[in-house]
Design a protein around this ligand. Structure first.
Ligand code: HEC
Ligand code: HEC
Ligand code: HEC
Length: 469
C-alpha cells in the first residue's frame, strides 16, 4: 500500500516536474511580454534610442534638447559595462521612481521619473524582467551629458526633487475601474503631464494647471482637460482614434513630440487601454484657456468658403521660394502647400492631406503648431501607414514662414491669430527660453545660486525634521 503510494507519488513527481518547469518558463515569458508592453506604454524607446535610430533598441545616445542644454539618454540595455546590466531590481526601481542611480548620482528630470514614481511594484518587476531578459545587451558607451554651470551640479536635483517630486497617481475612490486604469496610464507610464502641464519658474509642473497646455521644443501641447477650450468637444471615440493614429479627420493631427509618443508608444497599446485613457481625460477637471476650440462650428464657415472668394491662383513656378525669396503669403502657399492641402485649404477628400480649415493647428488660440509644422514638417508611423509632410526650415526664412502662416490663418484658420518673423525665429531656436535659464547670468553674479543652495538646504532640513516628528 505504502509502496504503491510511494510509487504513484514518484510517478506524480515525474509527471509534474517537467510541466512545472514549463509553467515557470511560461510565467517568465509572459512577464517579459508584459514588461515589453509596459515599456511601450512608458515610451522608453522614444528617448533611449540611438541617434540615427539605427536598430539596437534602448542603446541610447539620443540627445534631448532641454532648455538647460543637451541631455544624452542613457544606454539601458542589460550590458554590464555600458548599460544597466549590473543593476539589481532595487537599483532599477530607485532610478525609475526617484531619479537616483545606484552610485547616488541624480538624474535630470528629462527622464520622467517624476511620472514613473507612481508605478506599481508589480509593473516595475515586469519592466525589470523585460530589460534584463528580453533586451539585447549593447556594449557601446553614450557620450557624457555636460551642462553648463550651475546645471551641471547633479546634486542640486536633490533640492528640486524635494520641491517637485510628488506622487503623481493616487487612486481616486470616485473613479470606476476603467477611469482608474486610464488615470494610472496617463499619469505614470504615459507621462502626458510632462508635456501638457505648464511649468513654473523652477521648471516644476504647475499642479493647479494640470494638463492645461504648455510649450515643448517650440510645439504647443494643447489643453487636454475636459474644458471646451481643451478636448471638451471631442468624443471618446475621437480621442481613441487620435491616440492610436495621430489623425482625426476634420479635427487634428499629431506632429512634434506627440507624433513620437504615438509612433513609439500609444499606437502599440490595446484598444481597451486607449479607451480607458480617453475616459479618464473626458473627466479631468476643466481649465479654461481661451475660446472653445470647435472645429465643427467652422465646418459651416468652410462650406460657404468658395473658391471664387479666394484670391485667384497665381501662375506659380514650383521652385518659386528658392528663386525669389518672395514675401507674398498667397504665392508661397500656392507654391509650397497647395499641392497637398489644396488651393482652398480643404485638403484631399480622404483627408490624407488634411484640411487646414478643420484643424486644431489653425483654429486654436495658438499658432505655434502651424509654424512648427512648416518648419519641421510632420513625420509619424502609424500601424497602417507613414505620414510625411516635408520640412521647410531650409527653404523658407523666418519672414516667409510668418507671411505664409498669416495667409493660412486669415484664409482658413482663426483670423484673430497672427505671427511675426521674430516669433518664428524663436520657435526655430526651440521656443521661449525659460526664466531660470535667462536669469541665470544675473543670478550667478548676484550670488543667487548660493542663495538657492542655502534655501534648498533649509528646505531639506525642515522636511527631515518634519518627517522625524
Ligand atoms: C522623455 C525621455 C525619456 C523617457 C520617455 C524615458 N527616459 Fe530613461 N532617461 C532619459 C534620460 C535623458 C536619461 C539620462 C538622464 C541624465 O543623464 O540625468 C535617462 C536615464 C534612465 C536610466 C538611468 C540609466 C543610467 O544609469 O544612466 C534608466 C534606468 C532609465 N532611464 C530607464 C527608463 C525606462 C525603463 C523608461 C520607460 C519606462 C524610460 N527610461 C523612459 C530619458 C527618458
Ligand atoms: C513629448 C511631449 C508630449 C507627450 C509626452 C504627450 N503629448 Fe499630447 N501633444 C503634444 C503636442 C506637441 C501636441 C500637438 C500636436 C500637433 O498638433 O501637431 C499634442 C497633442 C495632443 C492631443 C490633441 C489636442 C488637440 O487639441 O489637437 C491630445 C488629445 C493629446 N496630445 C493627448 C496626449 C496624451 C493622452 C498623452 C499621454 C499618453 C500625451 N498627449 C503625451 C505633446 C505631447
Ligand atoms: C507633400 C504634401 C504636403 C505639403 C507640400 C505640405 N503639407 Fe502640410 N501636411 C501634410 C501631411 C501629410 C500632414 C499630416 C497629416 C497627418 O498627420 O495625418 C500635414 C499637416 C499639416 C498641418 C497640421 C500640423 C499639426 O501638427 O497639426 C498644417 C498646419 C500644415 N500641414 C500646413 C502646411 C503648410 C502651411 C504648408 C506649406 C508651407 C504645408 N502644410 C505643405 C502634407 C503636406
Amino acid at each position: 500500500m505504502t509502496r504503491h503510494f510511494a510509487k504513484s507519488l514518484g510517478l506524480a513527481v515525474l509527471l509534474l516536474t517537467p510541466s512545472h518547469a514549463a509553467l515557470a518558463a511560461d510565467d517568465t515569458t509572459s512577464l517579459v511580454e508584459r514588461g515589453e508592453y509596459l515599456a511601450k506604454a512608458g515610451d522608453c524607446a522614444a528617448c533611449h534610442r540611438t541617434p540615427q535610430d539605427a536598430g539596437q533598441p534602448y542603446a541610447g545616445g539620443y540627445v534631448i534638447h532641454s532648455p538647460m542644454g543637451e541631455i544624452v539618454a542613457s544606454n539601458i540595455t542589460p550590458s554590464i559595462s555600458e548599460g544597466i546590466g549590473a543593476y539589481s531590481e532595487q537599483d532599477f526601481a530607485q532610478v525609475l521612481t526617484q531619479g537616483v542611480r545606484p552610485d547616488g548620482s541624480h538624474l535630470y528630470p528629462a527622464m520622467p521619473y517624476t511620472a514613473y514614481r507612481g508605478l506599481k511594484e508589480e509593473d516595475i518587476h515586469a519592466l525589470y524582467t523585460y530589460f534584463m531578459q528580453g533586451v539585447e545587451p549593447v556594449d557601446a558607451a553614450v557620450p557624457e551629458t555636460n551642462l553648463s554651470f550651475p546645471f551641471n551640479l547633479r546634486f542640486s536635483m536633490a533640492g528640486w526633487n524635494l520641491l517637485f517630486l510628488k506622487d503623481p497617481y493616487t487612486p481616486d475612490p470616485s473613479h470606476d475601474a476603467e477611469v482608474d486604469r486610464g488615470h494610472y496610464l496617463v499619469d505614470t507610464l504615459g507621462h502626458c503631464s510632462s508635456c501638457h502641464t505648464p511649468r513654473n519658474v523652477l521648471m516644476g509642473e504647475q499642479q493647479d494647471r494640470y494638463l492645461a497646455g504648455a510649450s515643448i521644443e517650440g510645439w504647443h501641447a494643447p489643453n487636454i482637460t475636459s474644458d471646451a477650450s481643451g478636448i471638451g468637444s471631442w468624443s471618446e471615440e475621437e480621442l481613441v482614434t487620435y491616440l492610436q493614429s495621430g489623425h482625426v479627420a476634420g479635427r487634428a493631427q499629431a506632429g512634434g513630440g506627440m507624433a513620437e509618443a504615438i509612433e513609439h508608444s500609444l499606437r502599440h497599446l490595446s484598444e481597451e487601454d486607449l479607451r480607458s485613457m480617453a475616459a479618464y481625460l473626458k473627466q479631468v477637471p476643466p481649465i479654461e484657456t481661451g475660446k472653445p476650440v470647435d472645429v465643427g462650428q467652422r465646418i459651416v464657415q468652410s462650406e460657404t468658403l468658395d473658391l471664387a472668394t479666394l484670391e485667384p491662383p497665381l501662375n506659380v513656378d514650383p521652385d518659386v521660394m528658392s528663386q525669389g525669396g518672395s514675401l507674398n503669403g498667397q504665392l508661397i502657399y500656392q507654391g509650397a502647400c497647395a499641392s497637398c492641402h489644396q488651393i482652398d485649404g480643404q485638403g484631399t477628400d480622404d483627408n490624407f492631406y488634411p484640411s487646414l480649415v478643420h484643424n486644431t493647428a489653425t483654429q486654436g488660440e495658438n499658432p505655434d503648431n502651424l509654424v512648427m509644422a512648416i518648419l519641421e514638417g510632420v513625420h509619424r508611423k502609424t500601424n497602417e501607414y507613414t505620414v510625411s509632410m516635408p520640412a521647410f526650415h531650409h527653404e523658407l526664412n523666418d519672414e516667409q514662414v510668418a507671411v505664409v502662416s498669416n495667409y493660412v490663418l486669415s484664409q482658413f484658420g482663426n483670423p484673430e491669430l497672427s505671427v511675426d518673423a521674430a516669433h518664428v525665429g524663436e520657435l526655430r531656436r526651440g521656443g521661449e527660453t525659460p526664466w531660470l535659464v535667462k536669469a541665470m547670468p544675473w543670478l550667478l553674479t548676484a550670488g543667487g545660486v548660493m542663495a538657492l543652495v542655502v534655501v534648498v538646504a533649509i528646505v531639506v532640513m525642515w522636511r527631515r525634521r518634519k518627517a522625524r516628528r
